[in-house]
Design a protein around this ligand. Structure first.
Ligand code: ADP
Ligand code: MG
Length: 327
Protein backbone atom coordinates (compact mmCIF):
# COMPACT_ATOMS: atom_id res chain seq x y z
CA UNK A 1 0.00 0.00 0.00
CA UNK A 2 1.29 3.44 -0.81
CA UNK A 3 1.98 5.61 2.19
CA UNK A 4 0.21 8.93 1.91
CA UNK A 5 1.99 10.42 4.92
CA UNK A 6 4.65 13.02 4.19
CA UNK A 7 5.47 13.87 7.80
CA UNK A 8 5.06 11.65 10.83
CA UNK A 9 6.09 13.06 14.18
CA UNK A 10 5.87 10.70 17.14
CA UNK A 11 6.27 11.54 20.83
CA UNK A 12 8.63 14.38 19.95
CA UNK A 13 10.18 16.38 22.78
CA UNK A 14 12.82 19.05 23.23
CA UNK A 15 14.22 20.08 26.58
CA UNK A 16 16.57 23.03 26.93
CA UNK A 17 18.80 23.18 29.97
CA UNK A 18 19.47 26.71 31.08
CA UNK A 19 21.12 28.32 34.05
CA UNK A 20 18.47 29.92 36.14
CA UNK A 21 19.11 33.54 37.02
CA UNK A 22 17.34 35.36 39.78
CA UNK A 23 15.92 38.75 38.98
CA UNK A 24 17.59 42.00 39.95
CA UNK A 25 21.07 42.93 41.02
CA UNK A 26 21.15 40.65 44.03
CA UNK A 27 20.14 37.86 41.67
CA UNK A 28 23.06 38.71 39.43
CA UNK A 29 25.46 38.64 42.35
CA UNK A 30 24.04 35.40 43.71
CA UNK A 31 24.40 34.03 40.20
CA UNK A 32 28.15 34.27 40.63
CA UNK A 33 28.04 31.86 43.50
CA UNK A 34 25.37 29.36 42.80
CA UNK A 35 23.93 28.26 39.51
CA UNK A 36 20.54 26.62 39.57
CA UNK A 37 19.93 24.54 36.49
CA UNK A 38 16.51 24.70 34.94
CA UNK A 39 14.87 22.56 32.29
CA UNK A 40 12.56 24.16 29.75
CA UNK A 41 10.22 21.71 28.08
CA UNK A 42 9.97 23.60 24.79
CA UNK A 43 8.27 20.71 22.98
CA UNK A 44 6.59 18.00 24.96
CA UNK A 45 5.46 14.62 23.54
CA UNK A 46 4.06 15.93 20.28
CA UNK A 47 2.37 13.60 17.78
CA UNK A 48 1.61 15.01 14.36
CA UNK A 49 0.98 13.57 10.96
CA UNK A 50 0.77 15.50 7.71
CA UNK A 51 -0.46 14.07 4.43
CA UNK A 52 1.24 14.62 1.11
CA UNK A 53 0.03 17.87 -0.42
CA UNK A 54 -1.42 19.32 2.78
CA UNK A 55 -0.84 22.88 3.96
CA UNK A 56 -0.93 23.27 7.74
CA UNK A 57 -0.38 26.25 9.98
CA UNK A 58 1.14 25.90 13.42
CA UNK A 59 0.20 28.76 15.68
CA UNK A 60 0.58 29.58 19.34
CA UNK A 61 1.71 32.36 21.67
CA UNK A 62 5.37 33.44 21.83
CA UNK A 63 7.48 30.76 23.44
CA UNK A 64 4.90 28.04 22.71
CA UNK A 65 7.52 25.88 21.00
CA UNK A 66 6.73 26.49 17.32
CA UNK A 67 10.27 27.22 16.17
CA UNK A 68 11.72 24.36 18.20
CA UNK A 69 9.21 22.02 16.58
CA UNK A 70 10.07 23.25 13.06
CA UNK A 71 13.79 23.02 13.78
CA UNK A 72 13.43 19.37 14.81
CA UNK A 73 11.29 18.59 11.78
CA UNK A 74 13.99 20.05 9.52
CA UNK A 75 16.92 18.38 11.23
CA UNK A 76 18.40 21.66 12.51
CA UNK A 77 17.83 20.62 16.11
CA UNK A 78 18.26 17.16 17.64
CA UNK A 79 15.23 16.01 19.62
CA UNK A 80 15.50 15.07 23.28
CA UNK A 81 13.07 12.27 22.54
CA UNK A 82 10.79 10.96 19.84
CA UNK A 83 10.99 10.63 16.12
CA UNK A 84 10.49 12.60 12.89
CA UNK A 85 9.86 10.73 9.65
CA UNK A 86 9.87 12.62 6.37
CA UNK A 87 8.38 10.50 3.61
CA UNK A 88 9.03 7.44 5.77
CA UNK A 89 12.66 8.27 6.54
CA UNK A 90 13.99 9.14 9.98
CA UNK A 91 15.50 12.61 9.78
CA UNK A 92 18.08 11.98 12.49
CA UNK A 93 19.33 8.76 10.93
CA UNK A 94 19.22 9.82 7.26
CA UNK A 95 19.80 13.53 7.66
CA UNK A 96 21.73 14.14 4.44
CA UNK A 97 19.24 12.29 2.30
CA UNK A 98 16.15 13.73 3.95
CA UNK A 99 17.41 17.31 3.79
CA UNK A 100 17.46 17.02 0.00
CA UNK A 101 13.71 16.57 0.11
CA UNK A 102 12.90 19.58 2.27
CA UNK A 103 13.09 23.34 1.88
CA UNK A 104 13.25 25.71 4.84
CA UNK A 105 12.62 29.42 5.26
CA UNK A 106 13.13 31.20 8.55
CA UNK A 107 11.56 34.65 8.27
CA UNK A 108 13.95 36.15 10.75
CA UNK A 109 17.15 34.62 9.48
CA UNK A 110 18.52 34.29 5.97
CA UNK A 111 20.19 31.30 4.41
CA UNK A 112 21.59 33.45 1.65
CA UNK A 113 25.17 34.59 1.60
CA UNK A 114 25.44 38.29 2.51
CA UNK A 115 28.59 38.73 0.47
CA UNK A 116 27.16 37.42 -2.80
CA UNK A 117 24.70 38.66 -5.35
CA UNK A 118 21.39 36.82 -5.19
CA UNK A 119 22.08 34.92 -8.42
CA UNK A 120 25.51 33.86 -7.15
CA UNK A 121 23.90 32.58 -3.99
CA UNK A 122 21.51 30.50 -6.08
CA UNK A 123 24.39 29.16 -8.18
CA UNK A 124 26.13 28.06 -5.01
CA UNK A 125 23.02 26.18 -3.92
CA UNK A 126 22.73 24.64 -7.37
CA UNK A 127 26.14 23.08 -6.84
CA UNK A 128 25.50 22.05 -3.25
CA UNK A 129 22.26 20.32 -4.15
CA UNK A 130 23.60 19.05 -7.47
CA UNK A 131 20.63 20.46 -9.35
CA UNK A 132 20.99 20.09 -13.08
CA UNK A 133 21.03 23.23 -15.18
CA UNK A 134 17.71 22.61 -16.96
CA UNK A 135 15.74 21.94 -13.80
CA UNK A 136 17.35 24.96 -12.17
CA UNK A 137 16.48 27.29 -15.06
CA UNK A 138 12.94 25.94 -15.24
CA UNK A 139 12.38 26.39 -11.48
CA UNK A 140 13.76 29.90 -11.58
CA UNK A 141 11.50 30.77 -14.49
CA UNK A 142 8.34 29.58 -12.70
CA UNK A 143 9.26 31.34 -9.46
CA UNK A 144 10.11 34.54 -11.28
CA UNK A 145 6.57 34.78 -12.59
CA UNK A 146 5.08 35.17 -9.14
CA UNK A 147 7.93 36.66 -7.18
CA UNK A 148 9.62 38.86 -9.78
CA UNK A 149 12.96 37.46 -8.74
CA UNK A 150 14.90 38.28 -11.89
CA UNK A 151 14.66 41.99 -11.19
CA UNK A 152 16.81 41.51 -8.14
CA UNK A 153 18.99 38.63 -9.25
CA UNK A 154 22.09 40.82 -9.60
CA UNK A 155 21.58 42.65 -6.37
CA UNK A 156 23.98 41.93 -3.51
CA UNK A 157 22.07 40.19 -0.71
CA UNK A 158 23.45 42.71 1.76
CA UNK A 159 21.64 45.54 -0.05
CA UNK A 160 18.24 43.88 -0.33
CA UNK A 161 15.14 44.97 1.55
CA UNK A 162 13.51 42.51 3.93
CA UNK A 163 10.84 41.67 1.34
CA UNK A 164 13.41 41.02 -1.39
CA UNK A 165 15.49 38.97 1.00
CA UNK A 166 12.55 36.75 2.03
CA UNK A 167 11.60 36.24 -1.63
CA UNK A 168 15.19 35.26 -2.28
CA UNK A 169 15.12 32.85 0.63
CA UNK A 170 11.91 31.30 -0.63
CA UNK A 171 13.38 30.72 -4.07
CA UNK A 172 16.55 29.34 -2.51
CA UNK A 173 14.45 26.89 -0.48
CA UNK A 174 12.62 25.64 -3.59
CA UNK A 175 15.44 25.46 -6.15
CA UNK A 176 16.01 21.75 -5.59
CA UNK A 177 12.27 20.95 -5.93
CA UNK A 178 11.75 19.55 -2.43
CA UNK A 179 8.49 17.77 -1.65
CA UNK A 180 8.15 19.52 1.70
CA UNK A 181 8.52 23.19 2.54
CA UNK A 182 8.82 24.50 6.10
CA UNK A 183 8.28 28.19 6.76
CA UNK A 184 8.83 29.72 10.20
CA UNK A 185 7.12 33.12 10.39
CA UNK A 186 7.68 33.84 6.68
CA UNK A 187 5.55 36.97 6.49
CA UNK A 188 6.74 38.69 9.65
CA UNK A 189 7.49 42.36 9.06
CA UNK A 190 6.65 42.25 5.34
CA UNK A 191 4.71 44.90 3.44
CA UNK A 192 1.28 43.97 2.08
CA UNK A 193 2.38 43.45 -1.53
CA UNK A 194 5.22 41.11 -0.63
CA UNK A 195 2.90 39.23 1.71
CA UNK A 196 0.40 38.70 -1.09
CA UNK A 197 3.11 37.56 -3.49
CA UNK A 198 4.38 35.10 -0.91
CA UNK A 199 0.95 33.66 -0.24
CA UNK A 200 0.27 33.36 -3.95
CA UNK A 201 3.55 31.56 -4.41
CA UNK A 202 2.87 29.14 -1.55
CA UNK A 203 -0.60 28.36 -2.92
CA UNK A 204 0.75 27.89 -6.42
CA UNK A 205 3.55 25.45 -5.57
CA UNK A 206 1.08 23.51 -3.44
CA UNK A 207 -1.44 23.36 -6.27
CA UNK A 208 0.96 22.62 -9.09
CA UNK A 209 3.64 20.49 -7.42
CA UNK A 210 1.57 19.13 -4.50
CA UNK A 211 4.29 20.43 -2.18
CA UNK A 212 3.49 19.68 1.45
CA UNK A 213 3.71 22.88 3.48
CA UNK A 214 4.11 23.51 7.18
CA UNK A 215 4.15 27.10 8.31
CA UNK A 216 4.13 28.99 11.57
CA UNK A 217 2.65 32.45 11.63
CA UNK A 218 1.17 35.22 13.70
CA UNK A 219 -0.65 36.57 10.69
CA UNK A 220 -4.29 35.48 10.62
CA UNK A 221 -4.46 36.45 6.95
CA UNK A 222 -1.89 33.75 6.20
CA UNK A 223 -4.10 31.17 7.87
CA UNK A 224 -7.31 32.28 6.21
CA UNK A 225 -5.66 32.45 2.80
CA UNK A 226 -3.65 29.26 2.92
CA UNK A 227 -4.77 26.62 5.35
CA UNK A 228 -7.63 24.31 6.00
CA UNK A 229 -5.90 22.70 8.93
CA UNK A 230 -4.73 24.49 12.01
CA UNK A 231 -2.49 23.21 14.79
CA UNK A 232 -2.52 25.26 17.96
CA UNK A 233 0.31 24.68 20.39
CA UNK A 234 0.89 26.06 23.83
CA UNK A 235 3.52 25.15 26.42
CA UNK A 236 5.04 22.70 23.95
CA UNK A 237 1.87 20.65 23.52
CA UNK A 238 -0.74 20.46 20.78
CA UNK A 239 -4.00 21.80 22.20
CA UNK A 240 -5.94 21.81 18.91
CA UNK A 241 -5.45 19.95 15.66
CA UNK A 242 -8.45 20.74 13.57
CA UNK A 243 -10.11 21.89 10.42
CA UNK A 244 -10.54 25.64 10.34
CA UNK A 245 -14.28 25.40 9.71
CA UNK A 246 -14.84 22.77 12.40
CA UNK A 247 -13.15 24.82 15.08
CA UNK A 248 -15.32 27.82 14.31
CA UNK A 249 -18.45 25.70 14.62
CA UNK A 250 -17.25 24.08 17.81
CA UNK A 251 -15.80 27.07 19.65
CA UNK A 252 -18.08 29.81 18.38
CA UNK A 253 -21.21 28.36 16.73
CA UNK A 254 -22.94 31.71 16.72
CA UNK A 255 -23.31 34.82 14.60
CA UNK A 256 -24.35 38.32 15.47
CA UNK A 257 -27.09 40.22 13.74
CA UNK A 258 -26.60 43.96 13.95
CA UNK A 259 -29.78 45.94 13.35
CA UNK A 260 -30.05 49.67 12.90
CA UNK A 261 -33.57 50.92 13.64
CA UNK A 262 -34.96 54.36 12.86
CA UNK A 263 -35.11 55.26 16.55
CA UNK A 264 -34.25 53.85 19.97
CA UNK A 265 -37.78 53.29 21.29
CA UNK A 266 -39.01 49.80 22.24
CA UNK A 267 -36.10 47.81 20.80
CA UNK A 268 -37.58 44.33 20.27
CA UNK A 269 -36.17 41.05 21.54
CA UNK A 270 -36.43 37.59 20.02
CA UNK A 271 -36.74 34.28 21.86
CA UNK A 272 -34.12 32.53 19.66
CA UNK A 273 -31.46 35.13 20.21
CA UNK A 274 -29.72 37.08 22.93
CA UNK A 275 -29.88 40.84 22.83
CA UNK A 276 -26.18 41.41 23.46
CA UNK A 277 -25.99 45.15 23.39
CA UNK A 278 -28.07 48.20 22.50
CA UNK A 279 -26.43 51.48 21.63
CA UNK A 280 -28.97 54.13 20.72
CA UNK A 281 -30.88 52.80 17.73
CA UNK A 282 -28.41 49.98 17.03
CA UNK A 283 -29.06 46.53 18.54
CA UNK A 284 -26.84 43.44 18.47
CA UNK A 285 -28.52 40.03 18.52
CA UNK A 286 -26.38 36.96 19.07
CA UNK A 287 -27.90 33.75 17.72
CA UNK A 288 -26.86 30.10 17.43
CA UNK A 289 -26.58 28.91 13.85
CA UNK A 290 -28.67 25.85 14.73
CA UNK A 291 -31.47 27.75 16.46
CA UNK A 292 -32.57 30.11 13.72
CA UNK A 293 -31.44 31.38 10.34
CA UNK A 294 -30.40 34.98 9.89
CA UNK A 295 -33.17 35.44 7.32
CA UNK A 296 -35.88 34.27 9.74
CA UNK A 297 -34.52 36.41 12.56
CA UNK A 298 -34.49 39.50 10.35
CA UNK A 299 -38.02 38.82 9.09
CA UNK A 300 -39.47 38.30 12.56
CA UNK A 301 -37.73 41.28 14.13
CA UNK A 302 -38.74 43.60 11.33
CA UNK A 303 -42.37 42.59 11.96
CA UNK A 304 -41.96 44.03 15.44
CA UNK A 305 -40.13 47.21 14.47
CA UNK A 306 -39.16 48.78 11.18
CA UNK A 307 -35.47 48.42 10.31
CA UNK A 308 -33.18 50.84 8.54
CA UNK A 309 -30.18 48.57 8.00
CA UNK A 310 -28.82 45.15 8.96
CA UNK A 311 -25.45 43.39 9.00
CA UNK A 312 -24.38 39.89 10.01
CA UNK A 313 -21.10 39.39 11.84
CA UNK A 314 -19.32 36.06 12.00
CA UNK A 315 -16.81 35.34 14.71
CA UNK A 316 -13.37 36.15 13.33
CA UNK A 317 -10.43 33.80 13.40
CA UNK A 318 -8.71 36.12 15.88
CA UNK A 319 -11.56 35.67 18.33
CA UNK A 320 -11.58 31.88 17.81
CA UNK A 321 -7.88 31.67 18.55
CA UNK A 322 -8.19 33.88 21.60
CA UNK A 323 -10.89 31.57 22.96
CA UNK A 324 -8.84 28.46 22.10
CA UNK A 325 -5.75 29.80 23.91
CA UNK A 326 -7.85 30.54 26.95
CA UNK A 327 -9.25 27.03 27.20
N1 ADP B 1 18.34 27.74 22.40
C1 ADP B 1 17.51 27.83 23.44
N2 ADP B 1 17.99 27.70 24.71
C2 ADP B 1 17.15 27.77 25.75
N3 ADP B 1 15.84 27.95 25.69
C3 ADP B 1 15.30 28.09 24.46
C4 ADP B 1 16.10 28.03 23.27
N4 ADP B 1 15.31 28.19 22.20
C5 ADP B 1 14.05 28.33 22.68
N5 ADP B 1 14.05 28.28 24.02
C6 ADP B 1 12.86 28.35 24.90
O1 ADP B 1 11.98 27.30 24.50
C7 ADP B 1 10.63 27.74 24.51
C8 ADP B 1 10.04 27.60 23.12
O2 ADP B 1 10.68 28.51 22.24
P1 ADP B 1 10.38 28.57 20.68
O3 ADP B 1 10.44 27.20 20.14
O4 ADP B 1 11.28 29.58 20.09
O5 ADP B 1 8.87 29.07 20.69
P2 ADP B 1 8.04 29.93 19.61
O6 ADP B 1 8.71 29.76 18.28
O7 ADP B 1 6.67 29.34 19.66
O8 ADP B 1 8.06 31.34 20.09
C9 ADP B 1 10.67 29.17 25.04
O9 ADP B 1 10.45 29.13 26.43
C10 ADP B 1 12.08 29.62 24.73
O10 ADP B 1 12.49 30.61 25.61
MG1 MG C 1 9.37 31.13 16.88
Amino acid sequence: MENNKMIEVTDLSKDYHVVKKEAGLSGAIKGLFKSGKQTIKAVSHVDLSVDKGEIIAVIGPNGAGKSSLIKMMTGVLTPTGGQVLINGKDITKNRKEVVKNIGVVFGQRTQLNWDLRLGESFELLRHIYEIDRDEYEKNLEVMDEILGIKEIINKPVRQMSLGQRVKGDLVAAMLHSPEVLFLDEPTIGLDVNTKFALRKFIKEINRVNKTTIVLTTHDLGDIEELCERLIIINHGKIIEDCNLLDITDRIAPYKTLVVEYYDDENIPTHENSTLDKVEGNVARYRFMKNDITAAALIAELSNKKKMKDVAIEEVGIDEIIRIAYGQ
